[in-house]
Structure formats: C-alpha cells, structure tokens
Ligand binder design. Structure first.
Ligand code: PEP
Ligand code: MG
Length: 748
C-alpha cells in the first residue's frame, strides 16, 4: 500500500517534470497540471490559485470548476478557505467545506457540489506563491498521506514557478513571483535615502531539479550531505569556547542536536520517496519551518525555528554546491540585502554600498555602528526582504522613515528621487558652511565635534568641518577584528588617527565593551542585564591588563602631541580616581622606558549615569573635561532600554525632568570650571542641539552628517533668545519643551 502510494506520487511528479521540460506557454502548463493532479488524486476538482499582488489570490487554472471563472475569481489574503491557507501557510482539510468558519461561496465557480476540500500552500522558503486545492463530490476527509502527497506536489509547483515555468506569451497576465512592487516598513538604522540595485549578501539557492529520477540515489545524496553538515556543525561547536556552560553553550548544543535530529532526516527521506529530489526535500522542510516561524510568537520556539532554517540553508548549499560566491557581478549602486551581517563583513563591502537593508539587526547592532561610520542609509527589521528580493532588483531605501520600496512603481520612484535630490542640495549648502563657526546671531559660539571609531570615519573629519573628534569609540576597532589587537597594532592605529586629525583634538574613549558590544572572541557573560552589568570602566578596572595595554598604545601614539583620554561609564568618583591613577602610572612607566611623552595630557570622564551628576564637587574639579553620554544617561534616567523598540521612544529628551538634570550638570561643571560637552545621539538632532546650546553646553559631538544641519540652524538664530524662551516655558510649568522650542525655531 505504502509502495503504491509512493510510486503514484513519483509518477505524478515525473509527469510534472515532463510538463516543465516540454515547450509551451505558462497557462497551458497550468491547465495540464491541474488535469494530472485531479486524475492522480482521484478528485473531481483541482485548482491553482496564484498571487496577483501581495494581497490578492486569483484562480489561474482549474480542472472541474467552471472554466469561465479562471482569471475572474479573486480572493483577498485570509478570505475564504483558500485565503486562510495562504495566510497561515498551513493546509485546510475538511469533509464539509461550507460549515468551516470563513468559508466563502463563489457562485461563478460552481463549487457548491463539492463538499470536501483540501488546500495546501504553494510556498518556497517563506515566500507565498499561491494555493493548490483539490475537491471531491463525496463528503470525505483526505487522509494524512494524501495531504502530505499534495504538499509535495505543491513544493514542485513552487520550484516550477521559481524557474519561470508559468510565464509565457499566453499567461502574461499571470502574477509572477518577484515581479510586483512591494513596500516594507522596518525601522531606522541610519538615516539617509538611496536608490540602487539589490545585492544579496547570501544569494538564494536555486533548485533546478525539484523532481528526483531515482529515489535511491537521491537518498544517498541526502545522507552524504547530512553527514557533511553534521561534521561541520560538530567541529563548529567544538571550536567555540565551551568553557562556561551558560546559555551560549546550551544554544550551540541545541543547534547540534537539530543537525542530528532523526525526525528532520526522516521527513526529508519521506519527501524523497514521494518523488522529490534531495534539495527539494530539504526545501520542503525549510518552507514548513518558515511558515511556522511566521506564526510563532514564543521567542524560544522562534530561535529554534531559526536554527532549523539555518541548518537547511547550509545543507542546501552543500547539496547544490552553491556558495556565497556565485560569480554574479555586483550591480552599480549596490544596496546590500541580508538577513543580518557582521561588522567585519560590512566593512569589507565598505563605501561601495549605497545602502543596507537587514531583515533583523537593531539600532545598536555592530552592523548599524559600521553603517553609521560609512554614512550609508540602513533599514533594519525589514521583514521578508531576503525572500522577496532578487539580485539586481530596483530598490529604494528610506533610512529616515525606515521604509524600503522594492521594485517600486514609477510614481514612487520619481517622488523618491526628488527627496534624494533635495537632500543632495542641502548637503551642498552645508558644505559651504564647512569653514565657518557655529555662531548664533547673539554672538555665542558652539563647538561642533564629530563622533568616530573606525578608519572609515576619518575622511568625514575634513568633509564635515568638525573641529575635532569629541568621542572616539575605541571598542569599534576591537569589534571588527576576530582577535584582540596587539599593543603595537593599536598604537599604529591611534597614531594614524591623530595624523589624519592634523592637530585637531581627538578624545579617545577607553574600551566600552560589554552591554550591546560583545567582542566576537570574548566569552559572552551570562548577564540578565548587560547594559547595567560588567561593562566599560568596570571591565577596565577589573581586567587591568587590557586597560593598561590600551593606555600604553595611546601614549606611544601621541609622540609629542597632546593626548585626550576619556573614561566611559563612570558611576562613582572612586572609579575615576582609580582609572586616573592607572593612567598616571603608565605615563611614568613609558617615560622610564624612554618613550617620548605626549606634549600635554587631558583626562576626562563620561557622565552616563545619573549618580555621577550628584558626585562630590571634588570629582568635577579633578576632571579636565566631562562629556555627557546622553544615550546611556537617558536610558538610566528613564529606566528605558535604548535598544528596546517598544520603550526607547517612549520618553523624550525634551522632557522638563531630563532637561533639569542637564541643567544641574551644567551648573556643577560651571561651578567647578570644567569644560562640558554632550556626545550622545541627541547632540545631532536640531531641536535638542539648540536646546543644549541654550542651556549652556558649548561643545556638541555628533555624527558627521549632522554637523551641517545643526550649524546651519545655529547660525540663523539667537541662542540667548532661546534661553529666555526655555526659561519662560519652564516657569509656566510645562512638562515637555519640544513644542515651544520647535515653534520658536519655526518662526525663525
Ligand atoms: C552615550 O551613551 O551617549 C555614548 C555616547 O556612548 P555609547 O553610545 O557608545 O554608549
Ligand atoms: Mg554610552
């Protein structure tokens, strides 16, 4: 019985393969296919519905329903049983279709005489293409084997669609995969707009042979592929640092377990016995996992489904021999599309890229940090972008709104080009201001510095007109390597940075690792709350070797030039004192060793925790300068995770309470006569930057791209007048100053 079922299925698939190989139009093929499926399943009806656009399904071929309904009957995603199958990616099997919830009667098809209904999705690794339906006149439930068999057939149809089997003169009106325009709403990773062509970081695997000729040889190929996969995964797990037995080890172990899972393998074997090729068998399981992933809310389950997806990808690449390097030519104006990407890989692409779109990612991810350094727009959380796009597709990236337009309509593209042109014009205007000071009409000057951390940032020092680097995030150099850099390497690097700065000051912040910045070669600490955990100066003071090595490299890089060192995340005066002492010891040591000393040394602290605002006066007097790390300060002031999309926009920098904290810090710094700067992201936002200036902060450090717009604004208004506006709004008891400040700015 089992053997007969297998051989029927294989016969049907072979038939489909012949249809695929024979010349003919797409419509003709679809018609033949429905006929053969109905025949093989012993059903009176077989219909194929395909997506006309992302929301609409169209009856494209049928055996058994009225022929007039073809290309006339349409359903919305989620509408009727067919729409339900498409939306959920799961089959519907019923002996009494009309009594099913959501059943929709379509008189034009004449389907009232068919109570039993089985619909399965036609999908390919997360990409929905349509629905395949069989119906019978007798009220019966289809068996599990029949459901499974039809899913296998649907899998082959999906591959055929991918190979273009349903295109052709007669079927030009058919909806085609990867053809219709798509807008994806994600999140902002880095502002800016760009137009270009898709370049997939990991190109899709193309399965050219969905149907297997000989199950035995396909099974042998599968087993060989799985054995190689298991070997690779085992050695990957062995190579990873398994020292601690925390979450990391557990995650890798589960991954390994999946690779060795008997259930996964036997489902793929079953697919092959029913007639699929080894790679189509893998893809069928991958598609099922993707469909479940879309519906799964539980984070643990999602992670596991991701593991399965990842393993399937690896196995597919082994079976097809298709690696990342397919020999395709990178298009002009490439926009990188990836599920996720590491900082080193992104740096490798470098400034060739016009933009980046990620399916995952986060604002504080390393990829986002690199995209910022490269000043290219980045959209994150762009769901399904890797399955929907093909190499070379036209794509518009709107980093300001966090939106991507894939294969846009001409009208959208035109509007978008206007936006890019306007931005280019504005940049041109800002370039004229490059050598002018940021002085308000009242005569007050604000120094504008830039934030940096990678070599890729340095060209901006000249281009932006920054007066120096107000924050050099030294950890980024550690993040993009896969080993701890040596002292000599670091010294060379810091020297190069100072050379490029040509006498402009560079405030080197010592390593701020931990929290979101976990080094690839560091064992992840099993911390439930890394932002408040063992990070930054806490690591530096506990692991003095690394801090000392970094300080030595900085001293050696300065050779007769002034050196600025800034310690991150100081929460208590004693931490600053300890760090300062270590620096002084290293200076004496370097001097003893005969190295040339910096001409001057200035030491500062980053004020990133509310506690430091209340430190004793002595602390403020000890510092040569203080810089407010507003990103962290705000996160701890409001107790709202800066990485968490749900809460990070909930609290406003312009709230009176946060500004009052800033006012206190400003007053304490003025009292101790210590220079104060602000180097968080808010320094580059015009309304916030103007407010900080009006409250008395005289140095702002920001992304290079923000310097032009902020300077342009400062030069047009009176900072002194804004100070009065703010004082008045505060006296009135307003809880948030965004409105009065924005309105005042608009008037000027
Ligand atoms: C900050 O916290 O504001 C800051 C500038 O440091 P980072 O963003 O690197 O934590
Ligand atoms: Mg910080």
């Amino acid at each position: 019985m089992q053997d007969r079922k297998d051989s029927d299925s294989r016969k049907l698939l072979r038939r489909l393969k012949e249809i695929l190989a024979a010349p003919g139009g797409g419509q003709d093929r679809l018609d033949q296919i429905t006929h053969h499926i109905a025949d093989s399943m012993g059903s009176q009806v077989c219909s194929i519905y395909l997506f006309r656009d992302a929301q609409t399904l169209e009856l494209c071929a049928t055996e058994g329903l009225r022929a007039e309904a073809v290309h006339q009957t349409r359903l919305r995603l989620g509408e009727g049983l067919v729409g339900r199958v498409a939306r959920t990616g799961r089959h519907v099997n019923t002996a009494d279709a009309p009594s099913e919830p959501g059943f929709r009667f379509m008189p034009e098809t004449g389907e009232e005489t068919f109570p039993s209904f089985l619909g399965v999705p036609i999908q390919r690794v997360g990409e929905k293409l349509g629905v395949l339906v069989v119906q019978c006149t007798d009220a019966r439930l289809f068996s599990e084997d029949e459901v499974y068999g039809l899913e296998v057939v649907a899998m082959v149809l999906a591959e055929m669609a991918e190979l273009g089997a349903f295109q052709g003169s007669q079927s030009d009106s058919l909806p085609l995969a990867h053809r219709f325009p798509l807008m994806i709403r994600g999140g902002t990773g880095q502002e800016g707009a760009a137009e270009g062509r898709v370049w997939l970081h990991e190109p899709r695997v193309v399965v050219t042979n969905p149907v297997g000729d000989d199950p035995e040889s396909e099974l042998a190929r599968l087993h060989e592929g799985v054995a190689r996969l298991r070997e690779r995964v085992d050695s990957m797990v062995a190579a990873a640092d398994m020292g601690g037995d925390g979450d990391h080890a557990a995650v890798l172990e589960t991954y390994r377990m999946f690779a060795h899972s008997r259930g996964w393998l036997s489902r793929m074997e079953e697919n092959i016995r029913l007639g699929l090729s080894a790679e189509a068998a893998v893809e069928k399981e991958q598609s099922a996992a993707r469909a479940r992933l879309e519906m799964a809310a539980d984070p643990y389950l999602r992670d596991r489904l991701h593991d399965l997806d990842d393993l399937s990808n690896r196995l597919l690449r082994i079976l097809t021999g298709q690696g990342s390097d397919t020999g395709a030519q990178m298009p002009d104006n490439p926009i990188l599309v990836a599920r996720n990407i590491g900082p080193a890989d992104l740096l490798d692409y470098g400034r060739r890229l016009k933009g980046v779109v990620l399916e995952e990612g986060s604002v504080g991810s390393h990829a986002a940090i690199v995209a910022r350094a490269l000043a290219i727009p980045l959209v994150i959380h762009a769901e399904r972008i890797t399955t929907e796009s093909l190499n070379g597709d036209l794509i518009l990236v709107d980093g300001d709104q966090g939106i991507v337009h894939l294969r846009p309509e001409e009208s959208v593209a035109t509007a978008f080009r206007d936006k890019i042109a306007m931005q280019a014009e504005a940049q041109h205007r800002y370039a004229d201001l490059r050598s002018l000071p940021a002085t308000g009409t009242c005569g007050t000057t604000v120094q504008l510095y830039m934030n940096a951390g990678l070599m890729a940032d340095l060209p901006s020092l000249e281009g932006s007109g920054a007066e120096g680097v107000g924050l050099f995030r030294t950890e980024l150099q550690f993040l993009v390597r896969n080993h701890v850099p040596r002292r000599g390497e670091l010294a060379g690097l810091y020297r190069h940075v100072m050379d490029r700065a040509m006498g402009k000051p560079v405030m080197f912040r010592t390593l701020d690792i931990g929290s979101d910045k976990v080094l690839p070669y560091m064992k992840p600490q099993d911390e439930p709350n890394p932002a408040m955990g063992w990070r930054a100066i806490r690591v530096g003071l506990d692991k003095r070797g690394v801090l000392r090595m970094q300080l030595q490299a900085l001293i050696r890089a300065a050779v007769g030039r002034p050196l600025y060192v800034m310690f991150p995340f100081i929460a208590d005066m004693s931490e600053y004192q300890d760090a300062h002492r270590i620096l002084m010891q290293e200076l004496s040591r370097e001097q003893r060793l005969g190295h040339q000393m910096p001409s001057d040394i200035r030491v500062g602290a980053m004020l990133e925790t509310p506690s430091l605002a209340f430190a004793p006066k002595k602390f403020f007097e000890m510092c040569d300068f203080i810089s407010i790390g507003g990103n962290d300060l705000k996160q701890f002031f409001f107790a709202a995770d800066r990485e968490n999309e749900r809460v990070r926009r909930r609290y406003d920098t312009m709230s009176t309470s946060f500004l009052s904290l800033l006012q206190q810090i400003i007053a304490r710094c003025e009292d101790a006569r210590v220079p104060l700067s602000f180097c968080g992201e808010d320094a580059g936002r015009p309304v916030e930057a103007m407010t900080f200036a009006a409250l008395g902060i005289r140095r702002l450090s920001m992304r290079p791209a923000s310097i032009g717009p902020v300077k342009h604004l400062i030069r047009r208004v009176s900072i002194a007048e804004l100070r009065d506006v703010i004082a008045e709004a505060q006296a009135q008891g307003l809880t948030n100053l965004r409105r009065p400040v924005t309105e005042w700015l608009a008037r000027h």
